[in-house]
Design a protein around this ligand. Sequence first.
Ligand code: KG4
Ligand code: ZN
Length: 339
Amino acid sequence: MVTGPATDASILGIETSCDETAAAVVIDGRSIRSSIVSSQVDLHARFGGVVPEIASRAHVDLVGPVIAEALGEATIDLDELTAIAACRGPGLAGALLVGVSAAKALALVTGLPYVAVNHLEAHLYAAWLEDPDLQPPIAVLVVSGGHTLVVIMEAHGRYRVVGQTVDDAAGEAFDKVARHLGLGYPGGPAIDRVAATGDPDAIRFPRAMPGEPDFSFAGLKTAVVTHLRRQPDASVADVAASFQAAAVDQLVDKLLAAADQAQASTLVLGGGVAANSALRARVGAAAASTGRQAFLPPPALCTDNAAMIAAAAWWRLAADGPTPLDDGVDPTLGLPVIA
Ligand code: KG4
Ligand code: ZN
């Protein structure tokens, strides 16, 4: 049983790093009282990707109502909270500033502690919301639109990055391939849906960098584009399923190799691509066949949300105490790693 730093601590988390405006109230880093996510997907879809200035403006409009809704659904007043947390990076600078400024303003008026949270660390903590009894060491695959890394979590706050992408993030590859297949934005969920009706063995796309801990997705994307150019009438479902199979093979192989090396008996997924049904099925099956446990947060906790921010904040508050109010945002923040 993992014991936490404080009990009956209600933390309001705020997430505005990209195109989701989210707020949540979580008790003791594990129990979700409310989790509100307002997606801006419709605002960005016609541009084929997130437009930073549009995202920032939408966050300004939405952050107040979303926080109010999170507090209302949790039936908790501001003065009953223990702390107020926001994501300080990585992400879009203007977007991050909206959430961080809102959290600091609320901390100032209430006198509550402010806690700055690392978005990547928060993705790791989504699994703890599902299972508070997870025992490190844990091999975590964080796969999102901006990041692809395998992390060995040795203890709370102690991370070793054992592999990361040398070019595109996995989510970026899903989004780019979806655009070439005419499936729109965001591409990950669209490929996931279409691939369900295709043959994953129809085309053998490359599995990059075998035997190495790092990932690469640029070559896979180019292979799909080249295939489509040569065979414009190819079945979209077969191409999507074959691309997805190649991407998932690479992700799972490297996660398992890292788990072997670290003798980690628990596998965890985090980040938007962790919502992918093929990836979830493969990790579940791989865990079962190698005598490991797999913890796959539900899709709503894999994609960006504020419950993961509030959960990570609970551990950070215990480890580091409140964050000074003059702490800024950091668009290129990495995971805090041990030497
Ligand atoms: O973690 P996230 O919500 O935002 C970032 O921090 O980037 O991840 C978004 C990424 C996008 O690239 C999206 O296409 C991908 O996650 N994604 C998926 C699925 N759902 C979201 N990729 C594959 N399959 C899915 N079901
Ligand atoms: Zn994310």
